[in-house]
Design a binder for this molecule. Structure first.
Ligand code: G6P
Length: 612
């Protein structure tokens, strides 16, 4: 949450900052601001999207080749101009942008107020910038020392960049718990929450680690130190990302582009990790800790949001295929409920961003209790990827639409491979069945392509139900988590209230909601429970609900009863979520577009939730 960008070099800073903020807008879009240093320090900030900031500064002085910028997801204080970042210290000498939360801001603020500081905003960030100013004044130290001393006094999470009005040759950036990457160009530096604002200028980057700060100077000096004031040699990495992957590429929205990328990213996720003919699977991280994983007494999966839904699918996969007990926990609950975890457990943490604060905290608990922690992340080099003992990347490429689509499908692919690899090791599946599933997985991109071709039909269905206020999603077995995820997709981008339910549970509550206005989206591809689903369809129809059924191609029975059917290619039941999810993504997308909602940046949400 919140995006940070900063520049120091020979270019005009403003265009770099504004472009960078647009790329980071997925992290929050409540307000945006920049501080530009020329002969004077100019701070411009505005509630709303980056485009509103752009309009606001149109007639202002935007000169300067050093500057910092911020796009906000509000935590402390409502999203207004005053609470927008950057925040200035009382003397006006320092400006700071911040991503994270300073938990002990209240006592520090009180202390500063006693010393005469005045606060204009409700933010914890304004407290931090004034603390830095106060430390500098009292201790008579350099800005670098003041930043370090101040950060040692605060509790919480942060990524910050500070600029000093008296020194247009230096930026100071620090991180703890929130990501920060420094781009190193020819006589120029970039700092950002992720690499997307940097990629078009340089491919050389340094990811700061927790409790580290960087002193970045115009003369090309770049120093990284720990908060204990020990200098360390930064590890310069070559970015693998390309510009194309973070642009819309002709699609109207990132979400649609990402839905359409699924055949490709599924191939990327399995590449080199399996062979259907020979019947092998090799997930690097799993092989490395084979002993502990194969002998795990229990697997605990922890995640948030969409990633939690892919964890639920994994529960079905691992228990069915490998016969190991699995528990799936919301990371936010796991971390605070004193869970029983021990060294014979394996904890799988799933996260697209690799930065979700609750998931990171859950990992720490699992590690303290000696469990092996395995990460499934999309963002390479992210905090969760680094905090876990081993893991697999999903290789979905940058996901920019706030509603997760391709990250989900690739998570499910990795979890399927994990379940199959474990089952093979434990001898709970036959080689012929393993080959059959792997062969199907290897070719699944073709069936996903075919499912995407149903887009215009799905759009027609969307047009029929776009004005409803509620929707119910039902599924059984592997399709139950898909129902949950389908409901989440609809509510988060179209603001229609939607619930996902196990189909059989409908009669214990949701059935009371059914009338002629309620669309009920029923996932009916499971062969093993087909007759039961037919009964559920009948129950809905008997109460005049609008049935939208996702069925296998060639279905006859449900087709006759449903109001609308979406016929998808048939696949192995263990792989069915990878197919049934696609029409639900498209349905939500079209409904949201038709309702005029901002699909890529739904209200109140953020892509990367670095606060608890
Ligand atoms: C936010 C995003 C969701 C995501 C969830 C977990 O709520 O909007 O799309 O599923 O965070 O994020 P993670 O990056 O850990 O998968």
């Amino acid at each position: 949450m919140c995006g940070i960008v900063a520049y120091l070099g020979e270019r005009e800073a403003y265009p770099v900052l504004i472009k960078g903020l647009k790329r980071l807008e997925y992290r929050g879009y409540d307000s945006a601001g920049v501080a530009l240093l020329d002969n004077d320090l100019h701070v411009y900030k505005k509630a709303g999207k980056v485009s509103e900031l752009e309009a606001f500064v149109a007639d202002k002085n935007i000169n300067g080749n050093i500057g910092i910028g911020h796009t906000r997801w509000a935590t402390h204080g409502v999203p207004n101009d005053t609470n927008a970042h950057p925040h200035m210290s009382n003397s006006g000498q320092f400006a700071l942008v911040h991503n994270g939360i300073i938990e002990n801001y209240a006592p520090i603020k009180e202390q500063l107020q006693k010393s005469g500081y005045v606060f204009h905003s409700q933010t914890d960030t304004e407290v931090l910038v004034n603390l830095i100013e106060e430390v500098k004044k009292q201790e008579k130290v350099s800005l670098e020392d003041a930043v370090r001393i101040a950060l040692n006094q605060v509790v919480g999470a942060y990524a910050i960049v500070v600029i000093d009005k008296e020194n247009n040759d230096r930026l100071i950036a620090a991180r703890k718990g929130s990501p920060l990457v420094v781009g190193i160009g020819e006589a120029e530096f970039f700092v950002a929450s992720d690499a997307s604002p940097i990629i078009e200028y340089t491919k050389h980057v340094v990811y700061l680690d927790d409790q580290e700060y960087a002193i970045i100077d115009r003369d090309g000096t770049f120093t990284v130190k720990t908060l204990g004031n020990v200098e360390i040699s930064p590890f310069i990495q070559q970015l693998q990302l390309d510009l194309e992957s973070i642009e819309k590429g002709g699609f109207e929205h990132f979400m649609l582009k990402e839905i359409y990328e699924q055949p490709k990213v599924i191939k990327d996720a399995i590449r080199g990790r399996m062979n259907a003919t020979d019947g092998w699977i090799k997930l690097g991280g799993v092989s490395e800790f084979a002993n502990r994983i194969n002998n795990a007494k229990r697997i605990i999966i922890t995640a948030c949001g969409t990633s939690w839904h892919s964890g639920l699918i994994a529960e079905y996969l691992i228990e069915t295929l490998a016969r190991v007990p699995v528990e799936v926990e919301y990371a936010s609950e796991f971390r605070y409920r004193n869970p029983i975890v021990n060294e014979s457990d394996v904890v799988i943490a799933i996260s697209q961003s690799g930065e979700t604060a609750d998931t990171l905290a859950a990992i720490e608990i699992a590690k303290e209790r000696q469990a092996l922690v395995y990460g499934i992340c999309n963002v390479i080099g992210s905090s969760i990827a680094r905090a876990t003992h081993a893991g697999s990347y999903t290789h979905a490429g940058p996901e920019i639409g706030v509603a997760s689509t391709k990250a989900f499908t690739t998570q499910v692919v990795i979890l399927t491979l994990m379940a199959l690899q474990l089952a093979q090791q434990k001898g709970t599946i036959s080689l012929s069945y393993l080959r059959q599933v792997l062969y199907e997985l290897d070719n699944l991109h073709v069936k996903i392509e075919a499912t995407l071709k149903l887009d215009s039909h799905i759009k027609e269905i969307a047009a029929k139900i776009k004005d409803v206020e509620n929707a119910l999603y039902l599924g059984r077995g592997y399709n139950f988590p898909v129902a949950l995820e389908g409901a989440l997709k609809l509510k988060e981008i179209s603001y229609i209230h939607a619930e996902g339910y196990p189909a059989a549970e409908m009669k214990h509550g949701p059935i009371a909601l059914i009338d002629e206005n309620l669309p009920v989206i029923i996932l009916a591809t499971n062969e093993s429970a087909y007759e039961k689903i037919v009964s559920n369809v009948q129950e809905v129809k008997a109460r005049k609900g609008i049935v939208i059924a996702v069925v296998n191609e060639g279905d006859t029975q449900i087709k006759q009863m449903a109001d609308y059917v979406i016929e998808v290619p048939k696949t192995e039941e263990v792989l069915s979520p990878l197919i049934t999810m696609i029409p639900l993504q498209l349905l939500s997308y079209h409904i949201a577009v038709m309702r005029g909602a901002n699909v890529d940046q739904p209200r109140n949400l953020a892509k990367s939730v670095t606060v608890e």
